[in-house]
Design a protein around this ligand. Structure first.
Ligand code: UPG
Length: 406
């Protein structure tokens, strides 16, 4: 399909790392759509070359910045004025319909069904569910809409200083007019949900299709020890309990060799052919936080097994070898190539690695140690999510009070 595309945005080399992961994941999961990354002049030549290996189109756009510090500071994210650059996606009129994805997302399976939806479809924002989260939305490129959006930006600004506030005021009917434009949360699952509503995450998390690293901490701010399979925060501490597996999965995708270039006609056929070596020999210069990347990733291509079925889709009793995020509809893995490592893309070394298969996401969430369970319970209680039919039943609370009052 050449007139429909997935679109993402990177205005610097740091966010470009996220964009690379999006492009690689879309490709690995066999999308039949085009892939476009919009970049601005701050993205270095080396990074552009790396992006061009993964995306069908690397499209230059002008920076658009709200410079609305007052509103942006209310969110504690003064850097997000530049997200207005996203509005240029409406100018991609060589496509009829597109799906926009923020660069800080992790695509877990083929999500081409999103193209069945209409403009403007999106998932609710976890912070204010009557607003949609602008990290992922379906839209129809149109110069008329593009002009109207820019005019709206000039005349009304954005209530949060970024694109999300602006788009929510512009498409203000989203919350009430047409339920088919409300996408399931599993298409834009913010990891903050893991903390704010753990039971729902345990229930629905295994069906997640797109993860969103919403907030200031992005995977590329972390360090990845591929031998231990662990992700560390900038200060050297281990990524906490629930965040770790998501960050790790992002790093696994980042280090995974890109799938061979696919023809638009038949990716399946391409992947059945003998694996093709991808060579990306470009240096990525990290303009912003290069210090955070130095030890982060392996200099070689990890060789991984993808025999797993997504837990939710496995027949009962079939335990299989569950690769945490692999979906059954995914095409077979591509086994050879070069890893896109942090700092340097395409090292010349080669070494065979078999990464441990992580447990299913459901298992990760459920298998807490008793101490972790207690902590989690305390946190839930403090947030007002009492388990009135279980641990927090009246009898149990009374027993605790009696013990305390003795
Ligand atoms: N982006 C850049 N360069 C930057 C900052 C952002 O290219 O310096 C792009 C990139 O694609 C990124 C997106 O803009 O993913 C959004 O920025 P991000 O830092 O990921 O924002 P979030 O933490 O996800 O915060 C929310 C929404 C997001 C919206 C933003 C501002 O999820 O969709 O763009 O708020 O309204």
């Amino acid at each position: 399909v050449t007139d429909q595309a997935f679109v993402t945005l990177a205005t610097n080399d740091a966010y470009s790392q996220g964009a690379l992961v999006i492009g690689k994941c879309l490709r690995r999961h066999g999308t039949s759509r085009q892939t476009v990354v919009m970049v601005t002049s701050h993205v270095s030549q080396g990074t552009r070359a790396a992006l061009a290996e993964v995306f069908h189109q690397v499209k230059d756009v002008e920076v658009l910045d709200s410079s609305d510090w007052a509103h942006l500071n209310m969110m504690g994210r003064p850097e997000l004025g530049i997200t207005l650059t996203k509005l240029h996606c409406w100018a991609l009129t060589e496509y009829i319909k597109c799906v926009f994805l923020d660069a800080d997302m992790l695509v877990l399976c083929n999500v081409d069904e999103l193209f069945d939806r209409e403009e403007l479809s999106a998932a609710p924002d976890p912070g204010w569910p009557d607003c949609f989260n602008s990290g992922m939305f379906i839209f129809r490129p149109s110069l008329q809409t593009h002009t109207r959006l820019l005019k709206w930006a000039r005349e009304h600004g954005s209530f949060d200083g970024g694109d999300q506030g602006l788009l929510n005021s512009f498409f203000s009917g989203w919350s009430t007019e047409d339920i088919s434009k409300h996408l399931p949360f599993i298409y834009n699952l913010s990891i903050s949900t893991v903390y704010s509503y753990l039971p729902a995450f345990q229930q629905f998390g295994p069906k997640a299709k797109i993860i969103h690293f919403l907030g200031a901490l992005k995977p590329w701010h972390c360090k990845y020890d591929h031998q231990k399979g662990e992700v560390y925060l900038g200060d050297g501490s281990l990524c906490h309990l629930h965040l770790g597996p998501f960050m790790k999965q992002w790093w696994v995708e980042y280090c995974r060799p890109a799938a061979p270039s696919f023809t638009q006609t038949d990716i399946w056929q391409d992947l059945e052919a003998p694996p093709q070596k991808q060579t990306v020999s470009v240096e990525v210069t990290h303009q912003e936080d290069s210090s955070l990347h130095t030890e982060a990733s392996p200099p070689t291509a990890p060789k991984e097994m993808f025999q797993g079925a997504h837990q939710a889709d496995r027949p009962p009793g079939d335990e299989g070898v569950a690769s945490e995020w692999t979906h059954p509809q995914d095409p077979p893995p591509v086994e050879e190539g070069r890893a896109l490592g942090s700092g340097v893309l395409g090292s010349s070394q080669s070494e065979e690695l078999v990464l441990e298969l992580p447990a299913s996401i459901g298992d990760l969430a459920i298998h807490l140690t008793p101490e972790e369970e207690d902590l989690e319970h305390k946190r839930q209680w403090e947030e007002g999510h009492a388990d009135y039919l279980g641990k927090d039943a009246f009898d149990n609370i009374k027993k605790k009070l009696d013990k305390f009052l003795k």
